[in-house]
Design a protein. Structure first.
Length: 399
């Protein structure tokens, strides 16, 4: 289907329809539907247009997202919530959306609406786009432009799928589109993004994990929304130009992706379902930790206490709370240094900042019975990097 949408001249999307039987709803009088009358001045063919509105026109994204003012749990854009539709939207050359209040359209470079047909209306406010954390050639943490791939992952996982087995298949068209500029595809993560690509966090407390959907280290192993906020820094506002870039923890200099091995359901479909995925990290700093079990200490800002020798050393975000609670022995691998201007706020982070603590983030893993392999059970944030100095680098194989 990816080729169908990619080769279509125009795609019609019934954005406001709950199912296929409702068809493409159209509103003929947008002045009434949007409760914003306007006057058009001096309209002539091939001449500039001027429209004077009684109220500020709705932005394109407001109309597209379709958030209901009457009921936050409902949406005026049901199609927006479907996972399969994301790649249809991104792969189409041009799309016309039949929204609740008006028509919307977009192509690869522009967006417009019936209210303002000639340009996209955006909210007038300072840039609030976070910057993506990266390590410079000098070994310093700096902020760059946001990753469109991570944005797609966050958008995709926030949507619903009728069949869990479609998790990777419904995303395969986008993966194929990105493959020309990327590297080896590893069940939703690109090899060139490792190990930072492992630093996703579950946003939904109702997330579930389906066996054999994907390796545990991939976001595709779960049904539920995930975020890469751990890799985001504060927006590029004026003061950000004068920030002092943090130094990367020296213990991470030995960390390498030693090997990757993927077993596909169909060798002719590299972006489709996988049977098994293995990832070996060499030179990894790994400490034993306690996730707290059923009596885990919960933080008011989210997450729970990550313990070592019964002392809180960081914040633990379990992938599946019930799975993590049943683990008797867990380990934390340091994967990336924390930034002093990281996007996410947390009370524990503030406490570490006040103590002038240099921190790292990583993933929490558990050993599989009767073998030397490990599975991911969650993510760890704001851990004192000095704790990892007490252990020797080792090799960890994740499945």
């Amino acid at each position: 289907m990816a080729g169908v949408y990619g080769n279509a001249y125009c795609t019609l999307a019934a954005l406001s329809s709950k199912n296929s039987s409702e068809g493409c709803k159209i509103t003929s009088n947008i002045q009434a539907s949007l409760r914003s009358p306007y006057v058009e001045i001096g309209y002539k063919e091939n001449a500039p247009r001027i429209r004077l509105f009684k109220h500020m026109p709705r932005t394109w994204m407001e109309e597209f997202d379709g958030k209901s003012a009457e009921n936050a749990a409902e949406t005026n854009s049901p199609l927006r919530t479907r996972a399969w539709v994301l790649q249809e939207k991104e792969l189409s050359n041009c799309t016309i959306y039949f929204a609740k209040n008006q028509l919307l359209w977009e192509n690869q470079t522009k967006k417009a609406s019936s209210q303002i047909p000639w340009q996209e209306i955006k909210a007038l406010k300072p840039s609030d786009t976070p910057r993506l954390m990266y390590v410079s050639t000098k070994g310093q943490i700096q902020g760059g432009s946001q990753s469109s791939w991570y944005d797609l992952v966050e958008d995709y996982t926030s949507r619903s799928l009728s069949f869990t087995g479609d998790k990777l298949v419904a995303f395969s068209g986008l993966a194929k589109m990105y493959s020309q500029a990327r590297s080896q595809y590893l069940a939703g993560i690109w090899s060139k993004d490792l190990p930072t690509g492992l630093l996703w966090r579950v946003k939904c407390s109702q997330a579930t994990r389906t066996e054999n959907l994907a390796p545990s280290w991939s976001w595709a192993s779960l049904m539920g929304a995930v975020t890469y906020d751990s890799l985001k820094m504060e927006p590029d506002k004026d003061y950000a130009h004068f920030e002092h870039p943090g130094e990367v923890y020296h213990g991470l200099k030995t960390l390498k992706v030693h090997a990757t091995r993927m077993s596909l359901e169909d060798s002719n479909k590299p972006y489709g379902d996988v049977r098994e995925g293995r990832l070996a990290l060499s030179g990894a700093r790994c400490i034993e930790v306690d996730c707290g079990g059923m009596k885990a200490i919960q933080f008011s800002h989210g997450g729970q206490a990550l313990l070592r020798y019964k002392r809180p050393i960081g914040v633990f975000y379990p992938d599946i709370a019930s799975e993590a609670a049943s683990v008797k022995k867990a380990y934390c691998i340091a994967l990336h240094s924390e930034s002093v201007i990281g996007l996410e706020y947390h009370g524990f982070r503030l406490k570490q900042d006040l103590a002038m603590t240099d921190m790292v983030m990583g993933i929490v893993i558990a050993k599989l019975p009767k073998c030397r392999e490990y599975r991911r059970i969650g993510m760890a944030r704001w851990v004192d990097e000095l704790i990892f100095d007490s252990v020797q680098p080792t090799t960890i194989e994740l499945v």
